[in-house]
Design a protein around this ligand. Structure first.
Ligand SMILES: CC[C@@H](C(=O)O)C(=O)SCCNC(=O)CCNC(=O)[C@H](O)C(C)(C)COP(=O)(O)OP(=O)(O)OC[C@H]1O[C@@H](n2cnc3c(N)ncnc32)[C@H](O)[C@@H]1OP(=O)(O)O
Ligand code: CO
Length: 134
């Protein structure tokens, strides 16, 4: 079912500071910040040769990463995003196996303009998993 690792996401309390760390200290290529009110986050992508790192800062009063940052005030690794060919086929197979699909269970359009879904961390070895249809 799984294709490539699309990105590793890190939740951060200060996006400008984390972006400067990756750009200036680590010498990485970074994108401009993109506000995604429908996801409750502002995102910057760090472009690597083999994958991406997604830096996430809470946006708005109801961000899904707010509780995570309250527990991890310095930030931390938040989710892994795997590519799938058909997100509905993947979702239905995972649901039939008993996995919990987060939200209303319907894909949303993610940061790359492609459909995404999230799977409950308690069902995936303590790791929040995002699926992105490519
Ligand atoms: C930029 C757009 C898009 C993209 O295209 O890439 C994105 O990536 S958007 C990223 C932000 N969006 C999301 O994360 C959506 C899905 N997430 C959620 O719905 C929630 O974050 C959550 C996973 C349901 C957790 O919400 P929270 O309020 O923290 O719930 P709980 O406090 O009830 O946590 C339950 C349980 O799970 C543990 N937990 C929570 N988050 C994580 C995590 N990121 N990784 C591992 N474990 C996590 C939490 O510690 C609780 O455990 P216990 O204390 O043992 O019960
Ligand atoms: Co993501």
């Amino acid at each position: 079912m799984l294709g490539k690792l699309n990105h590793v996401a890190i939740a951060v309390p200060d996006l400008a500071r984390a972006t400067a760390l990756y750009r200036d200290t680590l010498g990485a290529r970074v994108s401009a910040p993109q506000a995604l009110p429908g996801h409750g986050v502002t995102v910057v992508f760090v472009e690597l040769d083999n994958t991406k790192v997604e830096l996430l800062e809470p946006l708005g009063t109801d961000s899904p990463i707010a509780a995570f940052l309250a527990r991890n005030p310095d930030g931390g690794m938040h989710h892994l995003c795997y590519e799938v060919e058909d997100i509905i086929v993947a979702r239905d197979r995972l649901k039939a196996d008993g996995a919990r699909i987060l939200g209303d269970g319907e894909p949303k359009i993610g940061a790359h303009g492609k459909p995404v879904l999230f799977l409950h961390p308690k069902d995936f070895a303590g790791t929040l998993v995002e699926l992105e249809q490519v």
